[in-house]
Design a protein around this ligand. Structure first.
Ligand code: DAH
Length: 339
């Protein structure tokens, strides 16, 4: 019996030492100490040992078992340490690698330009209001004196949701909405997105932005309109800026005008930027048509007012000297970071 145990022990030792991984080591443990293991088998066979021999044999078995368990435990620790070391070696961090950059966004030139326009008008006591992008035909056209059959209502120019609802083609419907609320006087600007059925090119997009302006009060005249817009142009493009009002037609204003500013690039001498004319067109404006006031519940005998509409992209393109509108919609951070 003694020899048998010594043989088992020697065999186990050898196999433990040969184990090159935790899995292998566990196999050895099962093979000798497990339920069906060799040493366990010896214990199970104790009933065949002569009674007087049993205590001694039992002691040997226990000693062998204790010794093997100790050896298994020691080897397990060594293998675990080796495995950890190996893992650390493989996962070593190269501190010389360039760090991952945190890409922080940048304010869009449209946003910068809008905030500038808002700052100027808020400084003159205007309120900033908003209207819906999906608008009733009634507000987008009818109440602005644009009746059935007007070319602006053509399907070529307008995105129709149905006969009565459109994607607004201008921010002017906000004028009608604010006037209808009936709180007078009014000094407001209304920035927002507008939609037209246009092909994309360097100066057109089916979706762009406008800033509407509206003032309604007693005794408002064309002189107020001129003074306001001259001041606006100077604040926006520099104090040297001159302003020119050209007669024009808009259905909802009478009289109407288009406003040009002296080219801030050449000061009016004529350059590539202003196409040689010395002037750059920036907005449309006029005195609110009496019929529009009436349709919106305001007495044109008591109140008068002026309105204007500016293209936001146009301002951004001019201010930052960008020559292609498409750049504004691509959201390429290399482009946006410049402003
Ligand atoms: N809504 C006009 C357009 O989109 C621009 C405009 C012109 C607005 C004259 C106005 C205005 O308020 O008075 O072409």
């Amino acid at each position: 019996m003694r020899e048998k145990l010594q043989r088992i022990q020697a065999e186990a030792r050898k196999r433990i030492q040969e184990s090159d991984g935790l899995d292998k080591l566990n196999e050895v443990r099962v093979a000798f100490l497990g339920k069906k293991g060799e040493l366990t088998a010896v214990l199970k066979g104790m009933k065949d040992v002569a009674a007087e021999e049993r205590p001694k044999v039992g002691q040997w078995v226990n000693e062998t078992r204790a010794e093997l368990e100790e050896l298994l435990e020691e080897t397990k620790k060594k293998l675990e340490a080796a495995a950890l070391e190996q893992k650390l070696k493989e996962e070593v961090i190269d501190v010389t690698l360039p760090a991952k950059k945190m890409e922080v966004g940048h304010r869009h030139p449209n946003t910068i330009a809008l905030e500038e326009v808002e700052r100027i008008f808020i400084g003159m006591g205007y309120e900033v209001v908003e209207g819906p992008e999906v608008e009733y035909d009634l507000y987008n056209f009818e109440k602005l004196n644009i009746p059935e059959g007007h070319p602006a209502k053509d399907e070529q120019d307008t995105f129709y949701i149905n006969k009565n609802i459109v994607l607004r083609t201008q921010t002017s419907p906000v004028q009608a909405r604010v006037m209808e609320e009936g709180k007078l006087p009014i000094r407001m600007i209304a920035p927002g997105r507008v939609f037209r059925s246009d092909e994309v090119d360097a100066t057109h997009s089916p979706s762009f932005h406008q800033i509407e302006g509206l003032v309604i009060d007693k005794h408002i005249t064309f002189a107020d309109l001129k003074g306001t817009l001259e001041e606006f142009a100077k604040e926006l493009f520099g104090s040297e800026t001159k302003t020119k009002f050209r007669p024009h037609h808009f259905p909802f204003t009478e009289p109407s005008a288009e406003v040009d500013v002296s080219c801030f690039k050449c000061g009016g001498k004529g350059c590539r930027f202003c196409k040689g004319s010395g002037w750059i067109e920036i907005l449309g404006c006029g005195m609110v048509h009496p019929h529009v006031l009436e349709m919106c519940g305001i007495d044109p005998e008591e109140y008068t007012g002026f309105a204007f509409g500016v293209g936001l992209e146009r301002i951004a393109l001019l201010k930052y000297e960008i020559d292609d509108m498409r750049l504004l919609y691509e959201n390429d951070t290399r482009f946006l970071r410049q402003f």
